[in-house]
Design a protein around this ligand. Structure first.
Ligand code: GH3
Ligand code: MG
Ligand code: MG
Length: 353
């Protein structure tokens, strides 16, 4: 096999960061990607007690195209971050500084992030100390990388790029996690909270009502003779009706109320701040909203429908989620039995205070 030996000379400041490598050892960065990444300006917080070191780095970072904010010590850096954390993308941190040294500063920055539930801010140590113990200590204190002074601009540029790449991957993961969370909470057809999410909302409203002694009521909502709509117009029209009903209720709801789809054509409404008697008026309004709805969908033109409601109030002494839901179900049954398109009410054992 024919192998070519490549000599790697030390890097110089004006080296091309990718082209300087022999082909087999090139980092997996296209030149255009590298240029694109380094050309995206970052807001860098430069923490160093030496004005001349800061001036030197500031000039280099500005030349690469980044924005620089400076702090002469750890205390001032921390108070800057407390106020302007969101405006910073990266920290360059000196180690030997009077007062708080770089290790302590990094530890406090990480603690502040935890306290303020803020995301991770990459920290690169820049230090004259090249002792392996210092490097290890810097990483243990919360640093992500460690460069020894004097810092080569090309290496600094590449390290900043690496941090940027990790930060972007981390952001993508967080975005994906948020999307999955929303998906797990949302009913696919109607985009309303699904059963699991609605029950979680109800649990927190029950806890709030208990804690503050405030009234709470809930109402089951079941579409009347919905099977007939499916049978007459098909399942797709049935789906379209469910979407329209959901959007109408969601859009017409008081801000304090919330609705979820429990399954099929059955929904539940949570009415914080209202006992069963006070919940009557909004439920009547929601019932009437559905009664006046006219749905046009394909062959189903001018389609009308109604719904029955089962309303009950929460008794914070004797109720839990199951007893509350069971009573709302009983109230719904009564509304169906009494002829549908109405709000049935079953009061709790003792009226909620
Ligand atoms: P009632 O007034 O007594 O509530 O009568 P109903 O016909 O509404 O009740 P029933 O429980 O007999 O029928 C509910 C129907 O809802 C049956 C089922 O096929 C339909 N359904 C449940 N989920 C969906 C869905 O996601 N899409 C569609 N199109 N139909 C659904
Ligand atoms: Mg029904
Ligand atoms: Mg039903």
């Amino acid at each position: 096999m024919n192998t070519t030996m490549h000599k790697i000379r030390p890097w110089r400041d004006n080296d091309d960061p990718v082209g300087a490598y022999p082909p087999h050892a090139r980092p997996n960065l296209s030149r255009s990607r590298m240029r694109q990444a380094v050309s995206r300006p970052l807001s860098i917080l430069l923490i160093d007690d030496s004005p001349s070191e800061r001036a030197l780095l500031r000039a280099r970072l500005k030349q690469i195209g980044h924005k620089v904010t400076e702090a002469p010590d750890g205390i001032r850096a921390l108070s800057h971050l407390e106020k302007f954390r969101r405006h910073s993308d990266l920290i360059l941190l000196d180690i030997c500084m009077p007062g708080l040294d770089g290790f302590e500063t990094a530890t406090r920055i990480r603690a502040l992030e935890k306290e303020q539930a803020e995301g991770w801010l990459p920290i690169i140590f820049l230090s004259g100390k090249s002792n392996p113990h210092d490097i290890a200590r810097g990483i243990m204190a919360g640093g992500d990388d460690y460069l020894t002074k004097p810092v080569n601009t090309t290496v600094l540029k590449a390290k900043i790029f690496a941090m940027q790449r990790i930060a972007e991957m981390r952001q993508q993961l967080l975005d994906m996690k948020r999307r999955l969370e929303i998906q797990a909470h949302t009913d696919e057809l109607t985009r309303l909270p699904n059963r699991r999410h609605f029950l979680a909302i109800l649990d927190s409203e029950i806890a709030r009502a208990r804690r503050h002694g405030t009234p709470l009521s809930i109402a089951y909502l079941d579409l009347d003779h919905f099977k007939r709509i499916n049978d007459s117009y098909g399942h797709d029209t049935g789906d379209a009706v469910l979407r329209k009903v959901s959007a109408t209720l969601d859009g017409g709801m008081r801000t304090e109320d919330s609705i979820g789809r429990l399954g099929g054509e059955e929904f539940c409404i949570c009415l914080p701040g209202s006992n069963a008697e006070q919940g009557m008026e909004p439920c009547e309004r929601y019932r009437s909203l559905l009664e006046s709805l006219v749905i046009d969908n394909g062959t189903a033109q001018g389609l009308k429908l109604t719904a029955s409601f089962g309303l009950t109030g929460f008794n914070r002494i004797s109720d839990n989620r199951s007893t509350l839901l069971a009573r709302a179900d009983k109230a719904l049954y009564q509304a169906k039995q009494a002829g549908r398109n109405r709000v049935g009410v079953v009061l709790p054992d003792k009226p909620s205070p």
